[in-house]
Write a protein that binds this ligand. Structure first.
Ligand SMILES: [Zn+2]
Length: 362
């Protein structure tokens, strides 16, 4: 009797799991690959590297030792904290760095765009930037709120190429510091939210990321303003975050690189685009090796190995860590040592003033 009950239960469970399998959603369907090919997991980068796109939001007061411990396991020589803010907080962050790990972190300053259009705003902002650089900031970071959310004192959207901001960009050139700028978001956020949208899952799980031609303006408009601003300031070095959202069209990005010799790019959050086109991406890296920098963006140490594996190995069809960025698998670019060294640290050492070169091989 007991045995009979048991087998009935087994059959019932089997039917249940079959029915559940019939109802799997796209999110749930995520089978481990059955493909068996050579594997090279890379937990630590081949060379010490500089993460040009880091965020530590509480650097003025935080204990930096756990961050250093994780950086050491990854072989990260220097983290650039883009969230340095300004004034007193920036000063405190620089002090925290200098007191504990003087050659392992640097901060970039940020700007408060509230009040653009009033007479005093520009003067105050340029003075503050100068003071922040005196106090130790090594660059300026511009968030995507410029071009999207920031408004001038009349309540109008502030365009990235607004003339009233020109003095800031030229000041950075004068001071010899780079400007790392993130503009807009991936283009699919502006596209129809339907079965043809590659970021469908991201828009489903993060519906507030959806944009339209009037919210606030088209993607093309924001990107055009950014490029126009780069062109207006050839004496200033710009680092376009996330490859300027052209990592999925490297032919187009190559044209832009040729048009704007003062534009550099970093690879934060777009490694999945590179990992699906290993041969074309490798050619791009070889051609523009002096203008590509390593960046990661969100501070999740366990996600870095995907970056190392894509850049360093020739592995085939391995998983990426976030399905809403990429439901496809990765392939390694197998970059040469020469290119790796440029991307990992040489370009950053050249663009950012005052980094400790002794942490890196020649
Ligand atoms: Zn960022």
């Amino acid at each position: 009797m007991q045995l009979k009950n048991k087998s009935l239960l087994t059959i019932a469970l089997l039917i249940c799991s079959f029915l559940n399998a019939q109802d799997l959603t796209f999110e749930e369907y995520n089978p481990p690959s059955t493909l068996v090919v050579p594997k090279h997991i890379v937990k630590k980068a081949k060379y010490p590297f500089i993460d040009i796109h880091g965020h530590q939001y509480r650097m003025s007061e935080q204990d930096l030792s756990p961050v250093i411990a994780a950086m050491d396991t990854l072989n990260m020589g220097i983290m650039v904290n883009l969230s340095g803010r300004s004034g007193e907080i920036l000063l405190k962050s620089v002090k925290n760095i200098n007191d504990h790990y003087p050659n392992r972190f640097v901060v970039f300053a940020n700007i408060n765009f509230d009040g653009v259009g009033t007479e005093i705003w520009l003067e105050n902002t340029v003075n503050q930037l100068e003071e922040d650089v005196k106090n130790g900031a090594r660059g300026l970071k511009i968030y995507k709120s410029l071009g999207m959310r920031n408004k001038d004192s009349n309540g109008n959207r502030l365009a990235i190429d607004d003339n009233r901001l020109d003095a800031i960009w030229s000041k950075c050139g004068e001071l010899g510091i780079p400007v790392l700028i993130h503009a807009a978001d991936p283009k699919p956020f502006w596209d129809e939210f339907d079965e043809n949208n590659e970021r469908w899952l991201e828009l489903k799980t993060h519906p507030r990321r959806k944009r339209s031609a009037t919210n606030p303006v088209s993607w093309e408009q924001i990107i055009k303003e950014q490029h126009h601003m780069f062109k207006k300031h050839p004496e200033t070095n710009f680092i376009n975050a996330h490859m300027g959202w052209f990592a999925n069209d490297l032919g187009k990005l190559a044209k832009l690189m040729d048009e704007m010799p003062n534009m550099h790019v970093e690879i934060g959050a777009i490694i999945a685009e590179l990992g699906r086109q290993p041969r074309f991406a490798k050619m791009f890296f070889e051609k523009y090796k002096k203008r590509i920098l390593f960046g990661k963006d969100s501070w999740k140490p366990n996600e870095f190995p995907t970056y190392f594996r894509v850049l360093e190995t020739d592995d085939e069809y391995f998983p990426y860590h976030k399905k809403y960025h990429a439901f496809w698998a990765m392939y390694g670019l197998d970059l040469s040592d020469e290119v790796l060294k440029m991307v990992y640290y040489k370009n950053a050492l050249r663009l950012i003033p005052g980094l400790d070169k002794s942490l890196f091989p020649n």
